[in-house]
Design a binder for this molecule. Structure first.
Ligand code: SER
Length: 581
């Protein structure tokens, strides 16, 4: 069976049994600020488990089914083996609310789907053994035995057979898992509890079911192949990737990473130095460093991206569309006053990022040539890392090709030393070149930094800048936040900024490499100057951002800060317009 056939078979099976088919939600979770990416099918349904939303109203049913795109990056280093992926699709059936079904139906569905529909043999199943105040799941054992008296039931503790919550809080509960060919293939969660921030469990009023089965894994086992790269999802794509490198593992890494990158970009992520954008950047950089020449021809990356989009666009229609990004936050420094939104095809975002990195790599390779005559010492490896963006892995690979050694211990020490040095340097104070900018825009510029710091203090660390625009009259800041701000939150943010103004705090900057700035925890949304020095502006201890400047010298010059408007720009992105009076 192909991936398309399996995906459809699963959704249809549950549709025929009263489930409403719901499209995958975005990889960038709009309602759940506690995770960077969507990692499970149940995430978009969280409010239905907790009773905040009514499934009957939204889906006309108490149960749903979906194939959810997911990103999990914890195993990124393992990618390239037979099983680990950063992007995968999770097939799931979900049940919630008053009319929900529970253990009996969920287990019967799973049993029938695996053994009858897929024709696979279940090795064994597992259930929760009982631990920490949550009782053993006798019910699930009974149900499995009633369907197949011979079935082997193993039992495990919280570590293995208890799931959730996603993010900091949410529904969770004991699981029963289905094993085929020795591998866990389907996870069936019985959402019976709500886990709060302090990790306390409270029984949920309405119990629900959440299941997840990796499409890729099911595909591998139903076709009796060894690895995901031998299935229809990858065979053509790998052939294209083989034009970039002879090494099989590298071909796999490139194919896998480009696939993830495409899906991220289609959901609005752009390469940057923070959070999601940084993960995307890392994937694309690994793609370049895995190619044999450390340079990817335009026609090759186009063909590769084209193939992947073609494979998936029947199911994920947004892949065919362009992605909308704010030009300023991506292409220009945040001091550019002519920001506007532009639309860019997925391939252009990838090409731009790859080219940028290739230029840096090229310089780095020249540097490496100069360094290599007597081995690469720790200092040199560190320079390659901090100035040219070479992961240690790349330096090691090049060294191996040249038959020389890299001093990894010294490298680690250098890294440590530098972290400390940049902390000290940032305490220094320098003057900015103010002459080109009007007084008023300088003030708005500094106010924008304080506003971002205020938003993060009041709303949380998930707030990231998406774009900003300043003129003589006002500032405008676009930032990530899943919902409308309350009046109280707006007041608090105003107070935060006005407090900083009334303390007449010093504004300072220091120059350093992007890597150092990142190490220090500076916020940043641009990286044109990668490889060169960037400026990190600090407003006392309140704010630290990578920025071209210039700014006021002390906050006391700024006046009184007022938020005039708070509105939505796009899903998950809000906009504030504010003035200094
Ligand atoms: N939420 C569970 C998982 O991710 C089942 O869908 O495994």
């Amino acid at each position: 069976m192909t991936s398309e056939e399996i995906r459809e078979k699963f959704l249809k099976y549950f549709e025929e049994r009263g489930h409403t088919r719901v499209p995958s939600s975005s990889l960038v979770s709009e309602d759940d600020a506690s995770v960077l990416f969507t990692t499970a099918g149940m995430q978009q349904f969280k409010p239905y488990y907790t009773g905040v939303k009514d499934p009957q109203v939204d889906f006309g049913s108490y149960s749903t089914t979906s194939a959810q795109k997911c990103i999990r990056t914890s195993d990124i280093e393992e990618v390239g083996d037979d099983t680990h992926l950063t992007f995968f699709e999770m097939l799931g059936n979900f049940s919630f609310g008053k009319g929900a079904y529970f253990k009996k139906e969920a287990i019967a569905f799973a049993h029938e789907f695996i053994t009858k529909e897929m024709g696979l043999t279940i090795d064994y199943v597992s259930i929760f053994q009982g631990e920490e105040g949550v009782p053993r799941d006798d019910g699930s054992e009974r149900i499995w035995k009633s369907l197949d008296p011979e079935i082997e039931v193993r039992e495990f503790g919280r570590e293995d057979n208890f799931w959730g919550p996603t993010g900091d809080e949410g529904p969770c509960g004991p699981t029963t898992e289905v094993y085929v060919n020795g591998v866990e293939i389907w996870n069936i969660v019985f959402n019976e509890y709500y886990c709060d921030i302090e990790k306390n469990l409270t029984p949920l009023e309405q119990k629900g079911v959440d299941t997840g089965m990796g499409l890729e894994r099911l595909l591998v086992h139903s076709n009796g192949v060894e690895s995901i790269y031998e299935t229809d999802l990858f065979t053509n794509i790998l052939r294209e990737a083989s034009k970039l490198t002879e090494d099989t593992r590298s071909q796999r890494i490139i194919a896998e990473h480009v696939r993830s990158a495409i899906f991220m970009i289609a959901d609005g992520v752009i390469p940057s130095n923070t959070d999601r954008g940084y993960i995307l950047r890392r994937l694309l950089r690994r793609t370049v460093t895995r190619s044999d020449t450390k340079k990817i021809e335009k026609e090759n990356i186009k063909a590769l991206v084209g193939l992947i989009i073609e494979k998936y666009s029947g199911v994920y229609r947004n892949l065919k569309d362009n992605t909308v990004i704010t030009e300023e936050s991506y292409i220009e420094e945040s001091s550019n006053p002519t920001a506007r939104s532009i639309t860019m095809p997925i391939i252009s975002v990838i090409e731009t990022e790859i080219e940028k990195f290739e230029r840096t790599i090229e310089k780095g390779l020249k540097e490496f040539e100069k360094m290599k005559s007597n081995g690469i010492d720790g200092k040199e490896a560190f320079i390659l890392f901090s100035t040219y963006g070479f992961p240690l892995e790349l330096t090691q690979e090049l060294a191996k090709e040249n038959g020389i050694k890299v001093d990894v211990n010294e490298f680690e020490k250098e890294m440590q030393k530098h972290k400390e040095a940049s902390r000290t340097a940032s305490a220094g104070m320098f003057k900015g070149g103010l002459q080109d900018h009007s007084e008023k825009s300088l003030k708005y510029h500094t106010a924008t930094h304080l506003l971002l710091a205020g938003l993060r203090a009041v709303l949380g660390e998930h707030v990231e800048q998406r774009g900003s625009n300043i003129n003589e009259e006002r500032l405008r800041l676009d930032f990530t936040h899943p919902e409308k701000m309350t009046d109280e939150q707006k007041d608090k943010v105003e107070d935060f900024v006005n407090n900083a103004i009334s303390q007449n705090l010093p504004v300072s900057f220091s120059e350093m490499s992007v890597e150092e700035a990142k190490e220090m925890g500076a916020l940043g949304v641009f990286e044109d100057k990668y490889g060169d020095k960037v400026k990190v502006y600090k407003v006392s201890d309140l704010s630290m951002e990578i920025c071209g400047g210039p700014h006021v010298e002390r906050t006391g010059e700024m006046g009184t800060f007022r938020i005039k408007k708070e509105e939505s720009v796009s899903a998950g992105v809000r906009r504030i317009k504010a003035v200094l009076e």
